[in-house]
Design a protein around this ligand. Structure first.
Ligand code: AGP
Length: 621
């Protein structure tokens, strides 16, 4: 249960566990947050067992209901299974099982696998505890002898029948103390304890019990007992064990007195930006990225950068594009990961792909970088989670040092991602000779002032919170931005959507007159991010955009620099930020929008940290 609580950020619409004792399995499930499962278990009373599997769900197939919650069981109740991923041929398999007389109690793809596994288990005709090409399973408890092998061989056969992504864990009543697991494209790590072993979607699930872990490779099968771990490769051969360092930063995560993780993380941004910036200059003042294991001569041949990400991380990528193109004079595309690989992108060995991801486990992004690497591209991961799948599958890693981000709505990761991609852009400019060392130091000096400026913006939060509380009954908010302010408008809208459940949309300010302005009616709330007056060609146009919406009755909330009085007559409310160069403005302008969304959701009595329908890390496509 502690492990499930640590994985709840991955999905929390229902949960369940199966406990395996001698010759029996007990399955307990509950819809809703994990607390509901805990209450259910309290009524069931203590459960005896030698092994257990659990699952906290983010629904893909079938409503969040108790029946659809995992574990799923075989018809005879002797086999229990949990699954992370999506079985893409579940419909066909379901039909063939129905034709064989199998009945279903859920709408999930996982139950299909449970029946397939039971069918293969019952059909197993071999003896002993071997699997694959005669690999002997180690550490099988006496009373599970022979059955462990049958369960492992059944899983081996089931894997070859499945299309799609899966991490599967299974137990059988006749193999107490044995868990058989398999993975393809979904994450799985093994924790190695003393007379106990663990399996989890990430090491966070068991890191309070052990600091030693094993990575499970693609299409590998694992048999875990209290005293041994046997890993079989895709050809049935014994797999070499790959030990993994576990990032314990998550362990010590508490709210530290803040009402929500989101508020805490919004206020940790000065530290997150500073830590991401820290120690990047060597003794001579050159920018150094020692974790960037891509040779300079390769970086000099790069003729295109493609930033791949999802959600907030993609918006950080959009911000970075302005800076990298300006500094490096090479084209930068920003692609939503789930769109990237289906548009048949032009990618080759001269393409540098930058995968931006807080969790490092986003399946869409994982699949996109695999596609990019198959086309010859080099991949740099900008991630906040060391040891994550994306960092392990990239050529190089540039870590954001934002610290664990627990709230589903990403805040400090966003500003840290912008900081890290800026550092990457400056490094590229340095290696390729676009910028001299003194110019780069100037840029970094200006970046190093940002944490202090963010702190200043946070001190001004009361006006933002007060404004937000007056808007709890709004059901639509429009955000406008231009240049680097446009992705900030998109990010501000996303924050409001995902935690306050208010329809919000970000537009490029210049785009408004090409259609969206039809949405403006009396009282429509419009939030506008205004560029610095020191970029008059941008500033002037955005001020006229404010006038356009104001003239049609909009209630205008403006984010503008200290001293920019030109907005006052058109703004109902102004959230002030300290002056800063245009390219750095997103790091300040986004903060009032984060505070605004957080306060509005709080005022609506909503669960800010775990909003409905969402998961912190979307590990399915
Ligand atoms: C942001 O608030 C959302 N939680 C979501 O858009 C998130 O940014 C996206 O799913 C990408 O997650 P990642 O950074 O872990 O890859």
């Amino acid at each position: 249960m502690g492990g499930l609580a640590r994985l709840e950020y991955r999905g929390y619409d229902s949960a369940g566990i199966a406990v395996g004792a001698t010759q029996s399995l007990t399955v307990v499930k509950a819809v809703g947050k994990l607390a509901n499962l805990t209450s259910e278990l309290d009524t069931v009373g203590p459960l005896e067992g030698r092994a257990a599997i659990g699952h906290t769900r983010w629904a893909t197939h079938g409503q969040p209901t108790t029946a659809n919650a995992h574990p799923h069981t075989s018809l005879d109740g002797d086999l229990a299974l949990v699954h992370n991923g999506i079985i893409e041929n579940a419909t066909q398999l379901h039909a063939s099982l129905l034709a064989e007389g199998y009945t279903f109690v859920s709408d999930t793809d996982t139950e299909v696998v449970a029946h397939l596994l039971a069918r293969e288990f019952l059909a197993d005709s071999e003896d002993g505890d071997t699997v694959g090409h005669g690999v002997e399973i180690e550490g099988v408890p006496e009373d599970a002898a022979g059955t462990a092998g049958a369960l492992a061989r059944a899983m081996n056969r089931v894997m070859s029948q499945l299309d799609g992504a899966f991490t599967l864990l299974a137990m059988h009543a006749e193999a107490p103390g044995v868990i058989v697991a398999a993975r393809r494209s979904s994450p799985l790590v093994i924790g190695l304890g003393k007379n106990e072993n663990f399996l989890g979607s990430d090491a966070l699930a068991f890191s309070e019990h052990t600091q030693r872990a094993l990575e499970v490779g693609q299409d590998e099968l694992v048999v875990v007992t209290p005293t041994a771990v046997t890993i079989i490769g895709v050809e049935g051969e014994p797999a070499t064990k790959k030990f993994l360092e576990i990032d314990f930063a998550h362990d010590r995560v508490t709210k530290d007195g803040w009402p929500t993780f989101m508020e805490k993380e919004i206020n940790e941004q000065p530290r997150a930006i500073a830590d991401t910036l820290a120690d990047r200059l060597d003794a001579e003042g050159y920018l150094t990225l020692d974790e960037l294991r891509i040779p300079s001569e390769v970086l000099r041949t790069v003729d295109k950068v493609i930033i791949i990400a999802c959600g907030t991380a993609a918006y950080a990528g959009h911000v970075a594009r302005y800076a990298i193109e300006h500094w490096c004079r090479i084209p930068v595309e920003v692609e939503l990961a789930h769109e990237f690989r289906y548009r048949d992108p032009v990618v080759n060995e001269k393409t540098l792909v930058v995968a931006v991801s807080q969790s490092g486990e986003t399946m869409d992004t994982i699949m996109a970088i695999r596609h990019a690497r198959e086309q010859g591209a080099r991949v740099v991961a900008v991630v906040n989670t060391p040891g994550s799948t994306i960092s392990r599958e990239s050529d190089a890693v540039l870590l954001t040092h934002a610290g664990p981000e627990i709230a589903v709505a990403s805040t400090k990761a966003f500003t840290a991602q912008i900081t890290a991609t800026y550092i990457l852009g400056l490094y590229l400019a340095q290696v390729r000779g676009n910028k001299y060392i003194d110019e780069i130091q100037d840029y970094l000096d200006k970046l190093s002032e940002i944490p202090g400026k963010v702190s200043e913006v946070l001190k001004r939060g009361e006006l933002v919170r007060m404004t937000a509380r007056t808007l709890v009954d709004e059901n639509s908010v429009i955000y406008l931005g231009r240049h680097v302010g446009f992705p900030v408008a998109l990010e501000g809208a996303l924050k409001l959507k995902e935690i306050a459940y208010i329809h919000a949309e970000g537009f490029a300010a210049g785009e408004l007159k090409h259609g969206p302005i039809a949405l403006i009616e009396e009282g429509q709330v419009v939030i506008i991010i205004v560029p610095t007056p020191r970029r008059p060609e941008l500033h002037r146009k955005v001020v006229s955009n404010i006038q356009e919406v104001r003239a049609r009755g909009a209630r205008t909330i403006v984010v503008a620099e200290d001293g920019d009085e030109s907005v006052n007559e058109f703004a109902e409310t102004v959230f002030r930020v300290p002056p800063t160069p245009t390219l750095y403005a997103p790091l300040l302008a986004v903060v009032p929008l984060q505070v605004f969304a957080c306060e509005l959701a709080t005022a609506k009595g909503l669960d800010v940290d775990q909003p409905r329908n969402l998961a912190k890390s979307v590990t399915v496509e």
